[in-house]
Design a protein around this ligand. Sequence first.
Ligand SMILES: Nc1ccn([C@@H]2O[C@H](COP(=O)(O)OP(=O)(O)OP(=O)(O)O)[C@@H](O)[C@H]2O)c(=O)n1
Ligand SMILES: C/C(=C\CO)CCC[C@H](C)CCC[C@H](C)CCCC(C)C
Length: 308
Amino acid sequence: MASVPNTVYKHLHHLCTSEDSRPNSLQRLATRSSLSYKARIVAAPCKWCSGGPQQRSHVHICSSLPPGIGQDILYTGAGFAGAYAWVRIFDILGEMGLLEQNLSRKLIHVSTGLLYVLIWPFFSPTPWSRLFAISIPVANAIRLAVNGFGIFKDEGFVKSISRGGTSGELLRGPLYYALALTCCTVCFWRDSPVGMTAIAIMCGGDGVADIIGRHFGTVKLPYNSSKSWAGSMSMFGVGCVLSLSLVKYFSTLGFYSVDWTHAAWSITFISLLATVVESLPISNFLDDNISVPLVSIIMGMVLFSDLL
Ligand SMILES: Nc1ccn([C@@H]2O[C@H](COP(=O)(O)OP(=O)(O)OP(=O)(O)O)[C@@H](O)[C@H]2O)c(=O)n1
Ligand SMILES: C/C(=C\CO)CCC[C@H](C)CCC[C@H](C)CCCC(C)C
């Protein structure tokens, strides 16, 4: 027990000993889909608990390998393959002329980060599972850097991710995007709403603002003629809905619990502030993939300080 940090120990011990208070139907669903955080923690790392023989009896299940490592390798592999395949699908749709390049790039922007967060619960409840999850955006950041610097050139990849088809562009927006995902995983992971809210707003909110703004954004903002009311309003709405959905997803699975009135107000305020920052005429020197997650994280840390 001495080697386990106190905070981790307390967290694991609480999960190992506390009753599952979720409705029966939800417990069954979570257990069946092997997403149950608490069910898995009882089956895996109970060697960290100081409990009696009943808890220790689970240890033999995973005595040869560190608990959860197989599961983490499996989902990390799925994340790597998924990220590659997902971008490739958009590349193929673009080549077939079924998707316009800018729309394809924005759909990648909206979807990859959200899919990444959706697979977080599949990782094991061990302290090192976060490292496995981090390796997915880090590998993609390396892929972007390698292509961006021209060390290796994957034409299809560059075309689907860049605005104008030049590889150097990968070193800006897309690289910041992958680094923002990395930062949210390193700092917050699935134990607090802060990182996932920032990701929901950066991916869903900002991405949809572009898609809606380009199509319906005829009425421009008074202080920024390249942004529109339609774009900003959709960013705010989609940011709120996706953030609340992710918080609901993770709280239902037992990663944390929130006071819903407080969470709803906090998320509304974070989305509003991120929308205002995105709408400012500053994107020439501060990329939206930096400003939006940054302001969301700072506000999230203030408003969800009790869950940090
Ligand atoms: N609040 C917003 C945001 C975006 N847009 C629309 O989306 C386009 C692209 O916006 P933005 O993503 O900020 O532009 P870039 O930074 O140039 O593009 P990217 O982030 O995709 O590199 C704008 O020209 C505008 O038509 C909008 O109308 N209202
Ligand atoms: C075009 C983009 C940003 C510009 O604003 C997005 C770039 C996306 C990256 C190339 C790919 C990122 C992949 C994610 C880290 C992991 C996704 C995993 C999932 C299972 C599909």
